[in-house]
Design a protein around this ligand. Structure first.
Ligand code: TRP
Length: 333
């Protein structure tokens, strides 16, 4: 039976603190999938270095992210949780797939174009071939579903294109994955610029909430959140992007529907609503932050999790690696 379960794989780069957006949009949804699917979740440190990182920070953030995954409810007994660089098959299959990916198709990736503008002094080859490594991440586990936000959909599409091209030449080697969009919390936006996704690059201006933020900082960010000149708490993303984003957050944190929220704050204005939304996030994140802090004190436990995760991941990935190497004509070691 175990073999029959569909496979899910996803990951987040340890290039900054985990945000409220990554918690509500990704990890919180992952937690519920463990019973139905065979699941793999990683800290994508190989991807993180496409942008320059401070080595000591990268190392500590990777462990912190692992602690936060577990604290947020991802059970290491039920999910394979690992560090990408611990599983060499990612890079190994990534190289092979580089030779089956066209320069032209990589040039069309919007994330590459965006990041080239943001990192104009470091447009390295890794930034360019990032989607190929991501394709390898997904294909080596024969993943059926890949939970990603909107911004990563194009990368899942190119993964399918690369896999189809390879399969067309060599037979059925790779399963073609589908993106898997969460029903709620898919897109938590910046509190300062509600047209943009909440991103760790906005940590300083109050647009972004991190899982580890202190209650007073969270409350301040919510009180300063951008809304509009109206006073009505109403879900209307097109005309009231800021308020709608806060409603999305409040709804995800409390389980209340938009209609319930509109009734709760009818005639009360934005002040009361922002306070309630901020408090709901403080209470949502408090246990996660406390548990993550505890776990971080227990380095042996974290090590046992990532070691056994790497073993499990590697044994799954190795099967695909062998097939790939054989198909392209490498002599077996
Ligand atoms: N590129 C993803 C991001 O920036 C992270 C990632 C790397 C990923 N490899 C993956 C996500 C494989 C899903 C599957 O968010």
């Amino acid at each position: 039976m175990e073999q029959q379960k569909k496979v899910i794989l996803s990951g987040i780069k340890p290039s900054g603190e985990l945000t409220l957006g990554s918690y509500l949009g990704a990890i919180k949804n992952w937690v519920e999938l463990a019973d139905t699917y065979e699941t793999f979740y990683m800290m994508t440190d190989l991807h993180a270095i496409t942008v320059r990182q401070e080595p000591a920070d990268l190392r500590s953030r990777t462990l912190k992210q692992l602690a936060q995954y577990i604290a947020a409810g991802l059970d290491p007994e039920k999910n394979t949780i690992f560090i990408q660089s611990h599983v060499p098959e990612h890079a190994q299959v990534g190289w092979v797939l580089n030779c089956y990916t066209m320069f032209g198709e990589l040039s069309r990736m919007t994330q590459f174009k965006d990041k080239s503008v943001k990192n104009a002094d470091n447009i390295n080859a890794g930034l360019f071939t990032y989607p190929v490594l991501m394709a390898a991440d997904i294909l080596i586990y024969q993943a059926d579903l890949v939970p990603v936000g909107d911004d990563q959909k194009q990368h899942v599409e190119i993964t399918r294109d690369i896999a189809s091209r390879f399969n067309h030449i060599y037979g059925d080697v790779f399963k073609l994955p589908e993106p898997y969009m969460p029903k709620v919390g898919a897109r938590i936006m910046s509190l300062q610029e509600p047209a943009n996704k909440m991103s760790k690059s906005e940590q300083d201006n109050g647009g972004c909430i991190c899982i580890t933020d202190k209650p007073e900082d969270i409350m301040r960010a919510f009180k300063r959140a951008v809304t509009d000149s109206d006073t009505e708490v109403r879900y209307d993303p097109a005309n009231k992007a800021g308020v709608s984003n806060l409603m999305q957050i409040y709804s995800s944190a409390t389980g209340k529907s938009f209609t319930e929220i509109e009734a709760e704050f009818a005639g009360k204005g934005y002040g009361a609503f922002k306070t309630a939304a901020g408090e709901s996030v403080v209470e949502l994140l408090r246990p996660i932050r406390e548990k993550a802090d505890d776990l971080l004190k227990n380095k042996d436990y974290l090590q046992s999790v990532y070691k056994s995760g790497a073993l499990k991941a590697s044994s799954a990935a190795y099967k695909t690696l062998r097939k790939v190497y054989k198909k392209v004509g490498f002599v077996e070691r």
